[in-house]
Each structure stands twice: as C-alpha cells, then as structure tokens.
Write a protein that binds this ligand. Structure first.
Ligand code: ADP
Length: 925
C-alpha cells in the first residue's frame, strides 16, 4: 500500500477523536428500510461490506420523528425500538475497523403525506416547497418547535445507545433544519424566524442539545458533525455569506467537522454563475481562525485516487465518497492499489456487491448499471471523427472508444464556426457517457441538433465495430446472425426487443429513420387498461368487460373479437410490465368513447409518447441491444415456407443480410403514405397527417410479399383536432381535461367527447371545415401538453372571454353565452345540448382563456396485416407464416373501424411484449 499519499494521514478532530484516514463513505439514501423505518438485514450487510479500509462510514439519514421521512424506505431513529436494528449497523461497521457516524434529520415540508399516513407535513411556515404538486405544510407552533429540538436530543441519545461513534446533524438538502435557516421557507415572526439570528436559532439549538446528550451519555470522543447546503437557488434564499455566518456560529459553539453538501467538490456558486471561484476557495478566503480549526469534508465527483488527492489539495481535510462506494464496496482498497476505476456496475453483480434491491433501482445507481454479460458490441479502440450537421449547425466531433464502450466525446476546435451549441453539447455528452449509448433523450429546444449529434456518435461506433471485425480477421460484410430481428423502433418494436432479450435471445432492432421512437414518440394522451392497480389505488371501479364493449362500440363492431379479447385481458399486465421497467403510468384520465377514467399517463401528466420511448430506450441501453438506425429492411427472407432473416440497406445504400430464426414486424401504420391512403380512401386526398415521415406502411408490403393477408385497409382514422399550419396534434387530453369545441360562430356544435370519427365528421360539416378548441387556465394547468402548444406559438390567449372572441374574429356575445351555458352543464353534470356525459371537469371561468384553431388530419390506419392472438402473421388461408410475428399499428383488426384514443399505446405494449416472447421462444427452441 502506498503510504506517501496524504489520504492515509490520520486526522485528529477537535474533540480528540482520531480518524484513521481521510476517506469517508458519504451518507446516501438507500430506500432499503422496513415500512416503519426499521433496519433490514440487507442494509446491515451493505454497510458491513463497505467498511474496513475506509476511515469512516456516515450512515444514511435517519428520521427522528414519525412525521420526518422524506422518501420511501427511509430508516428511523424515532423511538427506542429502532435502537437494536441501528446497533447492528454500528457494530457491523466498527467490527471491520471503521468509525460509524449516523446522520439524523427531519424532512419537514419535503415529506409527502402518503409517507406519514396521509397527515400534513410540518415545517417552520405553512409554505409549500417550490416544486410541482408539493403539499402545503402546517407551521409548527412555538411549543412544537421546542419539542422538535428535544426529539433531536432523543435521537442523539439513541444513536449513542446503538453504539455509534458520532452523529451528523443533517442541516442540508432543504430538510427541516435548513428550512428553519432559509428565509424562503421560514417566514415566522416569533423568535425562530425573521432576522438571520432568529433563523439560525433552530440549527444552533439542535447542536446544543446534541452536545448536552453527548456530554451526558457518551464519552468525549463522541463526534458531532454538521452537514450544510451552501446555497439555495430560491429568492429569497440562503446565500453563501449566510452560510458562512451560520458556520461561524456553529464553530463557536463547537463542532467536530463540517460537511459540504454539493454535487462536486469543485462546485462554484449556483447564485452567481458568472463567478468561477470555487466555493471551497471562497470558504478559505472568508473563514475566521475559529472556523479554520474545524475540519471540512468535501464530497462529489471523487472516483479515483487522484480525485481524492486533488480534493485534499484544494483545501478539504476529509473526502466523502458516494457512488464509487456503491459500485466498489472495497473502493478504498482499490484506489490505494492505484487501480483506475470507472463508475459503472455489472448488471449481474447486485448480490455480489451487496446492493439492496431498492438502492439498485434508485436513479443514481440505475444510471451506473451496464449489461456486460451480453458481450455486446466490440469496438476498435481509438478516436473516430464524425461530422455533425443539422440546420445551421456544422461541426465535427471526436468519439473516443475503448474496446467495449464510449469513453469520451469532444468537439473538434474550429475557429471558423460560431456555434451556440456548447451547453446542449455538454448535456448530451454527459447523457451519452452515462448511458454509454447514443440513444438518449434529446435536449429540449435543440432536438434537431441533438439527433444529429447522436447519429454521429452512432456512426463512429459502426465504423469502429467494422474495423474491429476486420482486425479480428472477419468480414464486416458477411451476414450477421441474431435470434430475433425486430423491424421498427416504435413502442411495439422496443417492447418486443426488450422482452425477447430478457428471455435469452440475441436481438437487433432495425430502424429506417435516423432516430428511435417511430410515431409512438408523438402519442399524447395515454394508455387504456381496465382493472389496473393504479385504477384501484385511485378508487376507480372498472371492468374489462365494459372496456371490451366500449372499444367494440367505438370500433363500430368491426373489431376482431379474439384479438380484442386478448387486448382487454392483457392490458393490466402491460401496464405492470411497463411499471416493472420503470415506466410508471399512474395518473389516469379519459378519452372520447370511454365512460370511465382508464387512460393511464405519467404522473406529471405529460404526453405519454416521449415518456414511454425515453423509458424503453433506457431499457434498451441497459441491455446493450443493438440498434441499426437509418437502415431499412427491404425484404423478409423466406425459404420453404419458413422465415430465415432479413435483407437490409443502410444509409449508404449498402446491402447486408441479417440471419435470424424469428422476425418481428413492428413498422407502424401508413398514414404518411399519401398514395396508399388515397388508394383506400380517395376522399382523404389533400388531408394533412399527424404522423411522422416513417409511417409509410412498408411493413405491410414486406409481409404481403411473403404471403400475408390484410384486413380493414380502408379504415383510416382522421383525428378531429389537428393544428393545420404545423400538422401538430392537439391531444384528446385537452378535451378530456375539460375543453370544448366551438365553431367560428362561437357556438358548440357537438358532444366533444364522442369518438374521433364522429367529431371529425361534424367539424368537416361546418361551413369553415374547422373549429376552435377553447379552454381556460385551469385546464391548461392540468395538462402539460397545453404549455407545449403555447410554446409552439399556435395558441391564441386573452385575459377575458370577450377579448378572446375578438382575437378569434368571433361575436363576443356568442362565445360568452356558450361558455356560460356550458358552465351551467358542468355544475348540473348534464349537457342538455349535446349529451356530453364525461369530462365535464370544471367550469371554464378562470382567465386567461385559450383557443387553438383545429381541423381533422389523417391519424391512424386501423387496417393492416392479419395475425392470430399469439401475434403470428397469417396468410390468406389463415395459416401461420412460420417465423414472423407482427405487432402495433402494422396489424389490422384490433380497432375495427375506429381506434379509441389511448388504445394504440395499449396495443403496442400488449402485442409487442407478446410478439417478443413468442419470437424468443421460437428462436431458442
Ligand atoms: P408502433 O406504434 O406500431 O410501434 P411506430 O410508428 O411507433 O409503430 O414505429 C414504427 C417504426 O418502424 C417507425 O420508426 C418506422 O420508421 C419504422 N419502420 C417502418 N418501416 C420500416 C422498414 N422497412 N425498415 C425499418 N424500419 C421501419
């Protein structure tokens, strides 16, 4: 072991306790406690395996009061019965030779009512945290504040009894102690609020009682630390000089260390972003002699020995390490042996690394997990240069690849270019490196540039793979073999690929467009399913039977009964399948043609498509599933009645063969193929389409070429609410959220919640062949999509109904009367004019008022190839074509003559996963 490094120098704290070296394991949320905050066996082993060479382990924050847990699975020190469990952790750490410190906290207003039995959280003032959906807490009375301090004292006493070497007072992360010090969350006018001294009173009293307890029940070596967040972004909020003020006070009272709570040990100010001085430099410049005697811990961004040494060099006395300690339980041993470490975790090693299951799913850890078991793609190590071109952007990047991963992406310096892309580039670069895949979410507001950059990285990877194959003496042009080829990267293709992979198949996805997501990425409203867990949680009573009947009625009784039955039966499982892949659709709304809230969407009510694709792609990345972009399948290879693979053409029009026993066709519909639409429905000539360019129906043709039959080809849905200048679809969630449709005359003309075909027909029947979708600000607030429409610039808004009417060139009296009459229907829950029975959500009376001009556009092709309930493709004799499955919009029959909003997303997941399963079983049999 290298003893020259300053990392190994022991440190004597102000109270005389000696830390054997400068390394600490940072306190990190594991979410691995029992429901009541008790300690689980997994947690004890997690800490045991990480103690040893590391000098000190700071155990994750422990809540001191039943109203204190800030996240599910938090551990507690709120009663004496928690002592034995905590004692097991302390003893596990100490038995390995490290010091054990326990962090104590109360979440205050950061606590969600569902974590505390539906009760209201408490805080210094009745002010909700500045985040969407935050609950307004109850302000603690003066007496309750005093009691709270004694509870911190009790917690310290329990920590001593449990055998800890010290406690860390958690004054950071916007929890209760910070809430008292912050002028944002503390607006009290008693002795606990107002002036800075008053706001500092609570943290100081907590420190005071900690000292008292330590003095009474522990020996003098009991360590007392304090963790703080140096700044708040809010106005008003804690600024760095406020922090220095508090730290001086804490130091004057006596504390054994101070612990910065930041994401990186070299962080600069979040308030003054122009200031490039690091906070640690500022701290050194401003601190008094008293403060200088208190050791300071830095945290964030330490992975290798050089990072730790650099942090000490920058003026920290101690280094706390988070993620690296999760990924490497023996982290300290490794860095001291000068091993070079990278922050990633082999997906098969959870148990070997003693990482509790809930922590494994925690986003920080999740982002480090890599599937290395699949072998994955192999690259020729080196730097590969690629062009990135999108709109005005023209630049070059260097992609550095190791044999199995991307290690860096840099912009090639070019002084002739004035690119305002650096921020987006940095965001994307880090997303790509974290995911170790080019398939990551685009940066909002820079979509085209993001896609171009992702494509360039993917191209570099392809070149390098080719070079690797050549280096190994292989022929990159030779046919490649997989178990399952999936054609199309929409929701159906991605879910099929994930399922097939999880059942052991080697899978490749072929996508003809330059990016992943197909038309699914544009899906807005949600995913229908009846009798789901999320419906039950919300007290919504529903039945599969009713879902079946309403879909059948919506489809004009033309739906294939067997497929529809399978669809309805498997829908709740599909919602659970998504949830188990970290794609939770737990908010619920309604769409036209349904009588019950059964459209599942993301908790933040954002459009389902982007959320779904982003979640599915994350799963694809974790599994290292190959994706070939800009590559079309031109032919499904077929010999003696059995599918043998596909012929593909890449962007350079080079042709290759992919051998596979199973092929899944998930190529979507044909709404964007004008000729094909007009062939089946001549009257739709000239209609805009809501679909992406790739919706050309090529999969139908590929399958017809090997004998597949089709059904319902002339059943083409037009969506009633499409903004015509952009072809942008105005989601049904807006009507489902309470909006109405009015004509140019300013009058309602139909039940807005009728099925899409009927609403479309009524709009086309208006003299102006278009209508206005009108809603108030309440509807906007409840539907994130509305803000997107505003951002896209096609929403007309005005403070009052009259002003809105004028802007729409409409008779103000008419619109006023229409809204008043509609509002009356909302109150009486009965629409006397058009019989609307659902989504009479709220009176439209909160300005500003909004309107979008809409008309129908080609939206969905219900027709497609024929399949059986196992997604096997059928020929015209209803015989199975061996080795090929189809799922998603390429299939006909499920939706009959009209697809209900929310049923397409259900369709792709239900039949996509089923196709993936069957294709894998077949290939591996
Ligand atoms: P679904 O909703 O059924 O999953 P999507 O429209 O979302 O359908 O996705 C289908 C994807 O298939 C699109 O991204 C489209 O570009 C792709 N695709 C269509 N035809 C081909 C083809 N011949 N080769 C490769 N990809 C294709």
């Amino acid at each position: 072991m290298n003893t020259i490094t300053p990392i190994l120098k022991p440190l004597t704290l102000p109270n005389g306790a000696v830390l054997k070296n400068r390394l600490l394991m940072a306190p990190m949320t594991t979410c691995a406690g029992f429901f009541d905050g008790g300690v689980t066996g997994d947690l004890v082993e997690y800490y045991r395996s990480r103690a040893g060479t590391i000098g000190t382990v700071i155990v994750e924050c422990c809540f001191i009061d039943p109203k204190g847990p800030a996240f599910p699975g938090a551990i507690a020190i709120d009663s004496d019965n928690k002592i034995p469990g905590l004692a097991r952790i302390a003893s596990a750490i100490k038995s390995k030779g490290s010091k054990a410190i326990l962090q104590i906290y109360h979440g205050g207003r950061m606590v969600e009512p569902e974590l505390i039995g539906g009760k209201k959280p408490v805080a210094p003032s009745a002010i909700a945290a500045p985040r969407e959906g935050a609950t307004t807490p109850q302000a603690l009375t003066g007496e309750e504040v005093e009691v709270m301090i004694t509870k911190f004292g009790d917690a310290v006493n329990r920590a001593i009894k449990a055998g800890f070497d010290g406690v860390e007072i958690h004054g950071a992360n916007t929890y209760l102690i910070q809430q008292f010090y912050s002028p944002n969350s503390n607006q009290r006018d008693d002795k606990w609020g107002g002036s800075r001294d008053n706001r500092a009173r609570f943290p100081l009293e907590v420190l005071e009682i900690t000292h008292k307890m330590a003095k009474r029940f522990a020996d003098s070596s009991f360590i007392i630390g304090y963790r703080f967040s140096p700044e708040e972004i809010e106005v008003p909020g804690i600024r760095f000089d406020d922090t220095m003020y508090l730290l001086e006070k804490l130091a004057a009272r006596g504390v054994d260390y101070l612990h910065f709570s930041v994401g990186h040990y070299l962080r600069t100010s979040i308030n003054d972003t122009a200031d490039t001085t690091t906070l640690i430099e500022k701290y050194h410049a401003q601190r008094s002699d008293t403060l200088a005697r208190i050791p300071i811990i830095g945290v964030g961004g330490v992975v290798n020995k050089s990072d730790a040494e650099s942090a000490l060099d920058k003026g920290y006395d101690l280094i706390a390490v988070g993620k690296a300690c999760i990924a490497y339980p023996d982290w300290a041993d490794r860095i001291l042996k000068n091993e070079h470490l990278e922050l990633f975790i082999d997906s098969t090693q959870r148990e070997a690394l003693t990482i509790p299951e809930p922590l494994w799913r925690f986003s920080l850890v999740d982002a480090m997990i890599r599937d290395v078991s699949s072998g994955g793609r192999k690259y020729k190590a080196g730097v590969f240069q690629e062009k990135v071109e999108a709109e005005a952007l023209k630049l070059k990047i260097n992609v550095t690849l190791d044999t199995d991963r991307i290690t860096d992406i840099t912009l090639v310096q070019d002084d002739t270019l004035d690119v305002d892309f650096s921020t987006s580039f940095e965001i994307l670069r880090s997303r790509i490196l974290v995911a170790n895949s080019p398939y990551v979410d685009a940066v909002t507001g820079a979509t085209a540039q993001s896609e171009a950059l992702k494509k360039a990285v993917s191209r570099a990877m392809t070149t390098s793979t080719k070079e690797h194959v050549i280096e190994e003496g292989g022929n990159p042009e030779a046919p490649q073999s997989y178990d399952v080829v999936v054609i199309g990267s929409g929701g159906a293709g991605l879910s099929a690929a994930i399922q097939a992979y999880d059942e052991g198949a080697r899978v490749v996805i072929v996508e003809k467009m330059p990016s992943i997501g197909g038309n699914t990425i544009k899906a807005s409203v949600g995913m229908n399913a009846a009798e789901t867990r999320f419906q039950k949680l919300k007290g919504i009573e529903d039945s599969k039977e009713l879902f079946y009947e309403e879909t059948l009625k919506g489809g004009k009784f033309k739906n294939n009964h067997d497929l529809l039955r399978t669809f309805v039966e498997r829908a709740p499982e599909a919602v659970e399948w998504l949830a188990s892949h970290d794609i939770e659709l737990n908010d619920i709304t309604i769409t036209g043609g349904m009588s019950i809230d059964r459209t599942h969407r993301p908790a933040d009510r954002s459009a389902v498509g982007g959320f779904l694709i982003s979640g599915l792609v994350k799963n694809i990345n974790q599994r290292n599933i190959d994706v070939l972009l800009d590559t079309s399948v031109e032919e499904i290879l077929h010999a003696d009645g059995v599918v043998t693979g596909v012929k593909i053409a890449n962007e350079y029009n080079e042709h290759h063969i992919l051998n596979a026993k199973s092929v899944i066709v998930a190529t979507g519909g044909f709404s964007a193929n004008r000729a094909m639409v007009v062939k089946y429905r001549p009257e739709l000539d000239g209609f805009v389409t809501t679909n992406h360019k790739g919706a050309t129906g090529s999969g139908i043709v590929l399958l017809q070429n090997i004998g597949a039959d089709t059904v319902d080809m002339s059943e083409i849905q037009i969506h009633p609410t499409v903004e015509q200048t952009t072809s942008y679809l105005v989601s049904e969630a807006i009507r489902g959220g309470g909006a109405i449709l009015v004509s140019q005359e300013g009058k309602r003309f139909y039940n807005e919640m009728e099925t899409r075909d009927k609403v479309s027909a009524q709009i086309i029947a208006l003299p102006e062949k278009s209508a206005w979708i009108v809603f108030d600000d309440q509807v906007r607030q409840n539907n994130k999509a509305a803000d997107e429409y505003i951002a896209r610039g096609f929403v007309v808004s005005a403070p009052s109904v009259g002003e809105l009417a004028l802007k729409l060139n409409m008779e103000p009296g008419n619109l006023q009367a229409t809204l008043e009459r509609y509002n009356q229907f909302v109150v009486q829950k009965q629409d006397e004019d058009f019989g609307r029975t659902t989504a009479l959500r709220c009176e439209l009376n909160q300005g500003p008022f909004h309107a979008i001009r809409i008309a129908p556009g080609v939206h969905h092709t219900m027709g497609g190839v024929t399949i059986n309930t196992e997604t096997e493709v059928l020929d015209s004799q209803k015989q199975v074509i061996k080795g090929v499955w189809a799922a998603g919009e390429v299939v006909g029959g499920i939706h009959g003559a009209n697809r209900i909003g929310g049923n397409a997303v259900a369709d792709i997941i239900i039949f996509g996963t089923l196709a993936g399963h069957n294709a894998a079983v077949h290939a591996l049999s």
